[in-house]
Design a binder for this molecule. Structure first.
Ligand SMILES: Cc1cc2nc3c(=O)[nH]c(=O)nc-3n(C[C@H](O)[C@H](O)[C@H](O)COP(=O)(O)OP(=O)(O)OC[C@H]3O[C@@H](n4cnc5c(N)ncnc54)[C@H](O)[C@@H]3O)c2cc1C
Length: 522
């Protein structure tokens, strides 16, 4: 059997790449190991019948405004988004709260409840950088990364750019200390970074923090995040592409220095007359499926050095008879209606300490909690009048001294502890309201999808050494590999983990250039 292109893995990146290639008139086969498509975009009845839970991703910040949504006509393929009006609500231990709004004036008014000076600073940031961020972030995400020297050369031209370069070199905490005076405002904005897994005291990430301060959105996929995967699958099939599930790739077949096809676990061999594209993370792709013997040793060294050691998430999926009612809503009613509630302590230092605990294998005892109820905005995800909640508490993958196995011992007790932390903010969350619960510790996440190594949601740490032009490796951030006819597409490539289909889109563009395909989307 032979196709022009064989894609390994039907994560949303693999499907997006396949859909672009199929619509370019190429014959395309996507092979997915599990029995469903989507990888980190999956929705299952994890607790009780009719309660649809998002096992990994819940919010798809960039998808609806991305070129992928438009080019692949995902709306026509059944992918729709709803936009909560009130975004993140940060609740502090004293039950005050700060809600995030996409409208800059409303956001500034909310900040002014804590500090008039910080509200002025926020307005000034919007005036100075809002347009710049709006006009650059989509093009930065949906094209291969710029070399650091080119990026710096552009920024060096203006005063704002030079400031950005300095902020980029600093830590999120340093940036927030420079900009704001209110501890609550800093906690709120820092949370926008740490929810993505960016450590608060990591140098080299200040600029992303500015982006997170200024961009506010929380689109939720109607029917659950699995609906995005199904829509992408339809987009592949609408143009003659084939998607096979329960089809695990065992080996990428290399002849000379060229990838010529794949061998499946069940022994089948499928040829790729043009190229193989892998959606699977680097160690499994290159050390597992390609084999060191086909790769230059410096490249093998880089693959071995690719790391996924950052924080993971301890997740509770809950079926509820009623939504939570937060004590904080007495002083700020919209907090109950926010897309998510974040309880990260009252001081910046709390998040810093939580990350340090996690780095040493200690699950934080204090609340590092983000709670989302998709059903407040999309009732189709639960039976009428009922709700699903997803509770994320930051946690390590390895617990000292037992390592990952430590979760077998700890998980039930930790789940009770996390529920206790949550109900101290939302007292109506009692055993009566909880109709069903599934615990998902970091090792469960990895068992669900071992592409998320160590349960790290972003497919490899998003640290400065593994971002942009360095993701996954310096010199190989353009989706090509040292093996001819073998390409990368996945969260381990630029623009990184999360659901946005950027890597799938960008890989398709590079492949189209290399094979002189019809770039119908330009
Ligand atoms: C708890 C949690 C919450 C999250 N929340 C969010 C969120 O709200 N918003 C957000 O944007 N992101 C979120 N993420 C992150 C997001 O889900 C991932 O970063 C994203 O889904 C990765 O997409 P991908 O296409 O790169 O890889 P994946 O989705 O992992 O897809 C890779 C696919 O390859 C398949 N595969 C692996 N090996 C083989 C093989 N040998 N043969 C064939 N197929 C194979 C896998 O089965 C999988 O389907 C969350 C993640 C977790 C764990």
């Amino acid at each position: 059997m032979s196709y022009d292109f064989v894609i390994v893995g039907a994560g949303h990146h693999g499907l997006a790449c396949a859909a672009y290639l199929a619509r370019a008139g190429e014959s395309v086969l996507v092979l997915e190991r599990s029995s469903r498509v989507g990888g980190g975009c999956s929705t299952e009845e994890a607790t009780l019948p009719g309660f649809r839970h998002n096992i990994c991703s819940v919010v798809h910040t960039h998808v609806p405004t991305s070129p992928v949504y438009r080019d692949l006509e995902l709306e026509r393929h059944g992918v729709r988004y709803v936009y909560p009006e009130h975004l993140r609500g940060t609740i502090f231990p004293d039950q005050r709260s700060l809600v995030m709004y996409r409208d800059a004036n409303r956001m500034a008014d909310e900040i002014a409840r804590f500090s008039a000076r910080d509200a002025r600073t926020f307005r000034q940031l919007v005036a100075d950088y809002g347009e710049f961020i709006d006009s650059t972030y989509l093009s930065l995400m949906y094209s291969p990364p710029l070399a650091p020297s080119l990026q710096s050369a552009q920024l060096e031209q203006s005063a704002e750019g030079r400031t950005l370069l300095q902020w980029q070199a600093s830590t999120p905490v340093q940036l927030l200390d420079e900009l704001f005076e209110s501890e609550e405002v800093k906690v709120h904005f820092l949370a926008r970074m740490t929810v993505l897994g960016f450590p608060p005291d990591q140098f080299g990430q200040g600029w992303i923090c500015l982006f997170r301060i200024l961009k506010a959105e929380a689109p939720i996929c109607v029917g659950g995040s699995g609906s995005l995967a199904l829509g992408l699958r339809r987009a592949v099939e609408a143009h003659g592409g084939v998607v096979q599930t329960d089809a695990a790739v065992h080996r990428i077949v290399v002849h000379g220095n060229r990838a010529i096809g794949v061998e499946l676990k069940d022994g089948r061999r499928i040829d790729a007359s043009k190229a193989v594209v892998t959606n699977v993370e680097p160690k499994k792709s290159f050390l597992g499926m390609v084999g060191e013997e086909h790769l230059p040793s410096p490249f093998v060294a880089r693959v071995k050095n690719y790391h996924s050691n950052g924080r993971s998430l301890f997740v509770l999926h809950l079926a509820l008879s009623a939504p939570p009612h937060y004590r904080a809503a007495a002083g700020n009613a919209p907090v109950d209606l926010a897309f998510s509630q974040e309880m990260f302590g009252g001081r910046v230092e709390d998040q810093v300490r939580a990350y340090r605990d996690i780095a040493t294998g200690v699950p934080p005892r204090m609340e590092m909690l983000q709670v989302t109820l998709p059903t407040l905005f999309d009732p189709s995800q639960a039976p009428a009048g009922r709700h699903t909640a997803v509770v994320w508490q930051y946690a390590p993958y390895r617990i000292e001294p037992d390592g990952p196995e430590g979760w077998r011992r700890l998980r039930d007790e930790y789940a009770e502890h996390v529920l206790g932390l949550w109900s101290s903010y939302a007292p109506n969350i009692t055993k009566d309201v909880i109709l069903g619960m599934r615990i998902q510790d970091p090792t469960d996440t990895e068992r669900h999808n071992d592409n998320l190594v160590n349960g790290v949601d972003v497919v490899g740490d998003m640290t400065p050494d593994q971002m942009g032009w360095f993701r996954p490796f310096a010199g190989w951030s353009d989706y090509r590999t040292p093996v001819e006819g073998l390409y990368m597409c996945g969260g381990y490539c630029h623009p990184g983990g999360g659901v946005h289909a950027g890597a799938g889109h960008n890989a398709a563009g590079v492949i189209a250039d290399d094979y002189q395909l019809n770039r119908w989307w330009d």
